[in-house]
Ligand binder design. Structure first.
Ligand code: ZN
Length: 282
């Protein structure tokens, strides 16, 4: 009798373990890295005060698609696809930035068999123009944005903060979902929005929990390139330096906790080293 009981307990444990595994396999997700242009910065010390004065540097401009069983989520929308028509790129901000788009975001989604209307969620790290360029393409999407960022985007201060309201003024108000603090997008700990305020009022990062690769944090513009991360340099274009430094420390702690890796979206060397869509991480 006792033996039978033991056997029942053991088989229950085996079935439970199998169930957990089965549930995990149901939420297998894919992370695609998309090329949303490049930005050549004439004087990179703008992003690293105290260092590299007078040196130019090319930054990648990365966007990401996460394919989840419950929906497709795009993280940032990059520079406008319209820029593809300017074969030699364009100079903006008194020649400080040279912007170039060689492949449109739309064409990279099309390579995956997706139209803009197939995107269910668009989460925006922050509203600087190099992250919002194609927002209006996504007519069916819910836009997941931290509340302070939404307030700033629709305030009189938007342009002074280097936001471009032309990118999002045509989007219907009901499409915006204001988020306060951490937010588990599909309530399964696969995609977590992490508040990293400071660079802008409601800047956020995205923790992607992949089955094989492990945890990856997409850091928005918490850092612009690897060297800035090492030296914890806060760019000149920044809303709140003290808050930014707190966010940097919070992400350091989170990286340790989840044993994850940080992908700096503007870091060209990181971009070059990673698999590009249609390939993906899972
Ligand atoms: Zn940026």
């Amino acid at each position: 009798m006792r033996l039978l009981k033991k056997m029942a307990v053991v088989s229950f444990l085996i079935i439970s373990a199998w169930k957990v595994q089965a549930d995990n396999s149901n939420t297998r997700i894919q992370l695609h890295l998309l090329d949303c242009g490049t930005i050549n910065v004439k004087d990179i010390s703008l992003f690293s005060p105290g260092g590299d004065e007078g040196f130019s540097k090319t930054l990648a401009n990365s966007c990401y698609l996460i394919v989840h069983p419950k929906g497709n989520l795009l993280w940032d929308t990059g520079l406008s696809d319209q820029l593809v028509k300017q074969k030699n790129g364009v100079l903006v901000a008194d020649g400080m930035f040279h912007l170039q788009v060689k492949r449109t975001l739309a064409s990279q989604l099309a390579d995956l068999g997706l139209a803009a209307t197939d995107i269910d969620y668009v989460a925006i790290s922050h509203f600087h123009f190099d992250h919002t360029g194609n927002m209006a393409q996504f007519k069916n999407a819910k836009f997941l944005v931290q509340e302070p960022e939404l307030a700033a985007a629709f305030s009189d201060q938007a342009r002074a903060m280097h936001f471009d309201p032309n990118d999002y003024k045509s989007i219907e108000k009901r499409q915006f979902v204001g988020v306060s603090g951490e937010y588990d997008v599909f309530a399964d700990e696969r995609l977590r929005l992490i508040p990293t305020h400071g660079h802008t009022p409601g800047h956020q990062s995205l923790l992607v929990n992949l089955s094989e690769t492990g945890a990856v944090i997409l850091s928005g513009d918490l850092y612009h390139f690897e060297k800035n991360m090492r030296h914890k340099r806060v760019p000149a274009i920044n809303t709140d330096k003290a808050q930014t430094l707190v966010s940097m420390n919070n992400i350091d702690a989170l990286l340790k906790e989840v044993e994850g890796q940080l992908w700096i979206q503007h870091d060209l060397e990181t971009f070059k080293s990673l698999k590009k869509s249609p390939d993906y991480y899972q």
